[in-house]
Ligand binder design. Structure first.
Ligand code: GUN
Ligand code: FE
Length: 478
C-alpha cells in the first residue's frame, strides 16, 4: 500500500493484513519469492530488506522488484558525448570534448521552431537513465541558468527524483574564453536563481531539489568556493553540495599549485564545502589525512569506476574508504563514464576492487567487492550519499516506493536444432538461465550480464498517483 505521496505504508496489499503467516501463505500460493535480504542489505548486514519478487502468472519470467538505482554523479549536459573520449585523460578531455559540448547549451537553436539543445538532450538523458532503473540522479547541468531550470522542469514533469546543479566556474585561467562565469558574484547570483526556480517548482523538495555545484577547485576562485559554501549553509536545512575531488594525478598536482600547497580536501574544507550533504565525486587519490578529514566532516563519496577506467584516472580504493567509515555511493559520471547505467557502474566497481586487490602487497582479496555490496552501493549507499537513507534505497515502511521491475526471462528454451537466433531466449537480453540457479545466482547473473532489456519499468514518485498506479500495473502485467 502506497500513500498519496508514494510512500510505502505496508505490504498488506499482498496479504490483506500484516500477519506474517498470512504473508507466507500468500507468497506460497502465488509462487512469489523473496530475494535474500543480503542482496540489498547493508554492508554490515544489520539492516534487512525484503525485495518482493513477482510470481504467479509471471513466475517463469523470473521477475522481481528491486529498489531504484541512485546515480550520485552524472553530467546531464555531457550525455551526447557518452563513448566519445578517444585516448584523452581528464584535463585534456575537459578542454577537448567537455567544455565545447557544455558551452553549446547556451546558444540559440537555429530556427524558432527548433527545440533548444537542452530540451532534446535532457529529455533523452532522463528517458535513458529511467530505462536503466535510475529513479534518483544528482545532475550537473551547465553554467546556463535557463537550460538548468529546464532540466529541473523536465525531471519534475517526468517523475525522476533529482538534484539539479548549475555548474559554477569563474577561473578564466582554466576555462575556455567563452564558457565561464564573469566573476564569483555571477557564480553566486546565477546559483541563487536556479535555487529559487527549483524551490518554487517543488517547494517541499519531494521530487527535485537544488544542489550547489562548484565544478572543481581548478575552475573556481577562492571567493566563489567560499561564497558557495556560505550560500549552501544559509538555507534551512542546508543545501546539498557537489563537486569533484582527487580524480587524476595531474589534477591533484594542479590544485596544489593553484592553492599554495594545500591538499585538495583542505581547499574544500577552507571554503566550508565539506558538509554531511556534500557529494565528492571520484576520490581516487585521497591521502589518509584527507580521508580522515572527509570522514570527520561526514562528507560523502561518489565512486565512478566506469569513468575512472575510461579516462585512465586510477583505481579508487573503495574498501579503504568503507573501512575508514566513509559513506560511498555509485555514479556513472556520464560522459567521463561511457554508460548511463548504474548496473554497469556496479559491475565496474566489482572489477576495480579486484584490481585494487591484485595490487596490494598481501593477496587476501579483502578488497574485492561482492555483487551484494555493489548493489548496496547502487541503492542504500547512494541513498546515504544524498542524505535520504530513510526515504529511498530500500523497501521499508515509510520510504518512497522508488522501484525498478526486473525480468530475467523464462530461462532455457527448447533447443530443437533451429538457428542460433531461435535457440536464444531474446526476452532475457544477455542473461541465460538454465532453471537450476538459486536467487543469489540469478542476481549475480543480472549484475554481470544484465542490461536495460531486463528492465521492465522504473517506478519513481510520479506526479500523479494515477500515473504511478499505471506504471505499477504495467510492471505487474495487470
Ligand atoms: N572535473 C571537473 N569537471 C569534470 C567533469 O565534467 N567530469 C569529470 N569526470 N571530472 C571533472
Ligand atoms: Fe564528473
Amino acid at each position: 500500500v502506497l500513500n498519496q505521496s508514494g510512500r510505502i505504508e505496508g505490504f498488506d496489499w499482498a496479504v490483506g493484513s500484516d500477519d506474517e503467516d498470512a504473508l507466507h501463505r500468500m507468497i506460497e500460493r502465488n509462487g512469489w519469492t523473496i530475494v535474500p535480504p543480503e542482496v540489498n542489505g547493508s554492508i554490515d548486514a544489520t539492516k534487512q530488506t525484503v525485495t518482493i519478487v513477482k510470481g504467479g502468472a509471471g513466475r517463469e519470467r523470473n521477475g522481481f522488484f528491486f529498489p531504484g538505482f541512485i546515480d550520485t554523479h552524472i553530467h546531464a549536459s555531457q550525455y551526447p558525448n557518452a563513448g566519445i573520449f578517444g585516448s584523452s585523460t581528464l584535463l585534456d578531455w575537459l578542454q577537448k570534448y567537455t567544455f565545447p559540448m557544455e558551452r553549446s547549451f547556451g546558444t540559440e537553436p537555429p530556427s524558432d521552431s527548433a527545440p533548444p539543445k537542452a530540451h532534446t538532450v535532457y529529455n533523452r538523458v532522463i528517458s535513458r537513465t529511467l530505462s536503466h532503473g535510475t529513479t534518483t540522479a544528482s545532475y550537473y547541468a551547465t553554467i546556463h541558468v535557463p537550460a538548468t531550470c529546464l532540466l529541473a522542469s523536465l525531471c519534475h514533469q517526468r517523475g525522476q527524483r533529482a538534484f539539479i546543479g548549475r555548474v559554477c566556474m569563474d577561473n578564466p585561467a582554466f576555462c575556455p574564453e567563452d564558457y565561464h562565469d564573469e566573476s564569483s558574484e555571477e557564480s553566486l547570483s546565477a546559483t541563487r536563481q536556479v535555487i529559487d526556480y527549483v524551490q518554487r517548482l517543488d517547494p517541499k523538495g519531494k521530487l527535485i531539489a537544488p544542489i550547489v555545484t562548484p565544478r572543481f577547485a581548478p575552475t573556481c576562485s577562492c571567493d566563489a568556493l567560499t561564497g558557495l559554501g556560505r550560500l549552501a549553509a544559509s538555507y534551512t536545512p542546508p543545501l546539498h553540495i557537489q563537486t569533484h575531488i582527487s580524480e587524476n594525478k595531474n589534477e591533484v598536482a594542479l590544485v596544489k599549485e593553484l592553492f599554495k600547497g594545500s591538499s585538495y580536501a583542505q581547499v574544500y574544507e577552507d571554503a566550508g564545502l565539506l558538509t554531511p550533504r556534500t557529494i565528492l565525486a571520484h576520490a581516487v587519490h585521497l591521502t589518509a589525512e584527507e580521508r580522515s578529514l572527509v570522514k570527520a566532516r561526514d562528507a560523502k563519496i561518489s565512486h565512478c569506476p566506469a569513468s575512472n577506467n575510461a579516462l585512465g584516472s586510477g583505481l579508487c580504493p573503495v574498501r579503504t574508504l568503507l573501512d575508514d567509515g566513509i559513506v560511498v555511493g555509485l555514479g556513472t559520471d556520464v560522459s567521463g563514464g561511457y554508460s548511463p547505467s548504474i548496473l554497469e557502474s556496479a559491475r565496474q566497481a566489482c572489477l576495480v576492487s579486484r584490481l585494487v586487490a591484485s595490487q596490494s602487497s598481501e593477496t587476501t582479496g579483502r578488497e574485492n567487492l561482492s555483487v551484494e555490496e555493489a548493489l548496496y552501493l547502487a541503492t542504500r549507499g547512494g541513498a546515504r550519499v544524498v542524505d535520504m537513507a530513510d526515504q529511498i534505497g530500500g523497501f521499508e515502511k515509510g520510504m518512497f516506493f522508488d522501484a525498478q521491475f526486473i525480468e530475467l526471462g523464462a530461462g532455457v528454451v527448447d533447443n530443437d536444432g533451429d538457428s542460433i537466433q531461435d535457440e536464444l531466449n531474446k526476452d532475457s537480453g544477455n542473461v541465460d538461465l538454465f532453471g537450476w540457479e538459486n536467487w543469489e545466482e540469478k542476481i549475480a547473473k543480472w549484475v554481470w550480464s544484465g542490461d536495460d532489456r531486463n528492465h521492465v519499468s522504473a517506478i519513481g514518485y510520479l506526479n500523479s498517483p494515477r500515473s504511478r498506479d499505471l506504471h505499477l500495473a504495467a510492471a505487474l502485467g495487470l
